[in-house]
Design a protein around this ligand. Structure first.
Ligand code: UFG
Length: 338
């Protein structure tokens, strides 16, 4: 495999994966509608790698645009990041979430099949485990009902792609269940750049660190966890990116359907993360304890044995490195990527 179509390739995880693909000798081709990303990411990818990837400003739900891309390029495999991803917003706009996330994936696979492209990596999420019966979760554990439409779309797309692969075993699909991606490129050129007030913990902390936001609200300190705050598996986005390259190599062995957790295997509480960020960057993060956030769970972290065994992949960076890289990005881009 050489030419890899990357949907959502200018986003937080997509852009980091594009960099990793270039560094590993692949040729990424990006399709992104800039809904949640900026065109200015493209020259930054060039600044890091020396390569300006081919970019199509299109929507993945646009079947004709997809066809044009597959006609103009000999695509060997696809990494499908594009999709709506805000948990809270998905509760307000279920129709938009189901339409966009499902239709884009269906059209993408349809056009892949038309052009005989048989390798697909899908960005799934640890959210498919819902409220896990036990942690760490393994890929064999049962999937539980999601608490929001966003999570449902991930669950449904996993099912759909599983059925497609079952019907045609030569169609290779990897479902990658991401835990909590954080950090940024060590150059400070790429990182998490949310629109408006961040929903996720790390970008929120980073904006408090530079004084853009006043304090962090910690959603609940009465969970059944060692310090009462929520526990998650935070994975450095550079590690997450390399997990995709490892998965492409696996797809070359024609495995059919494969599923991997991409995490570190280690749980970190909100309070531990605040302390780690303060220590790594020598900053103060004031916080207030607030009620639990609807839909949140106490703890979720990954068993990562399968990815290690079958992909030869493990996360290399710890949360300290991720806190350094997140702060570096925030300081260099106080108002996001311009
Ligand atoms: N938290 C706070 N304050 C904030 C933001 C978050 O205390 O301002 C806490 C949350 O309560 C939770 C932890 O920090 O305990 C992590 O919250 P995030 O919003 O950063 O991440 P989630 O684990 O809730 O969700 C993330 C992704 C989802 C994905 C899910 C998979 O945002 O897309 O992981 O488990 F589905």
């Amino acid at each position: 495999m050489k030419n890899i179509l990357v949907t959502g390739g200018l986003g937080f995880i997509g852009s980091e994966t594009v960099v990793c693909l270039i560094e590993e000798g692949y040729t990424p081709i990006i399709i992104d509608n800039l809904y949640n990303s900026k065109k200015a990411v493209l020259p930054r990818i060039k600044e890091i790698t020396g390569v300006l990837p081919k970019f199509y400003e299109n929507d993945v739900t646009d079947e004709d645009a997809l066809r044009k891309i597959f006609k103009e390029n000999k695509i060997d495999g696809v990494i499908h990041f594009a999709g709506y991803k805000a948990v809270g917003e998905s509760v307000q706009k279920p129709l938009e979430y189901y339409s966009n996330n499902l239709i884009s994936t269906l059209k993408l696979v349809k056009v892949m099949k038309e052009f005989g492209v048989k390798n697909l990596i899908f960005s799934s999420s640890a959210t498919v485990y819902g409220l896990p019966k036990r942690v760490p979760v393994t890929e064999e554990d049962e999937l539980n009902e999601a608490t929001n439409p966003y999570g449902e779309t991930k669950f449904m797309i996993e099912r759909i792609l599983g059925d497609i692969s079952k019907a045609d075993p030569s169609f290779n699909v990897a479902l990658l269940r991401y835990f909590n991606p954080i950090g940024g490129h060590p150059s400070g050129l790429l990182g998490e750049d949310p629109n408006g007030i961040p929903n996720n913990l790390l970008p929120y902390i980073s904006q408090v660190a530079i004084g853009k936001l006043d304090h962090l609200n910690i959603f609940g300190d009465d969970y059944d966890t060692p310090d009462g705050t929520g526990v998650r598996d935070y994975i450095h986005v550079v590690d997450l990116a390399s997990g995709h390259v490892a998965t492409l190599k696996k797809l070359e062995t024609n495995p059919g359907l494969v599923i991997y957790n991409l995490g570190t295997g280690k749980g970190t509480s909100v309070l531990e993360m605040v302390k780690a960020y303060e220590k790594a960057n020598n900053v103060k993060i004031p916080y207030e304890i607030k009620p639990r956030r609807a839909g949140d769970i106490a703890a979720n972290y990954a068993n990562v044995d399968k990815a290690k065994r079958e992909l030869g992949w493990v996360a290399k960076y710890d949360i300290v490195q991720a806190c350094l890289d997140a702060y570096n990005f925030q300081k260099k881009n106080p108002d996001g990527i311009k």
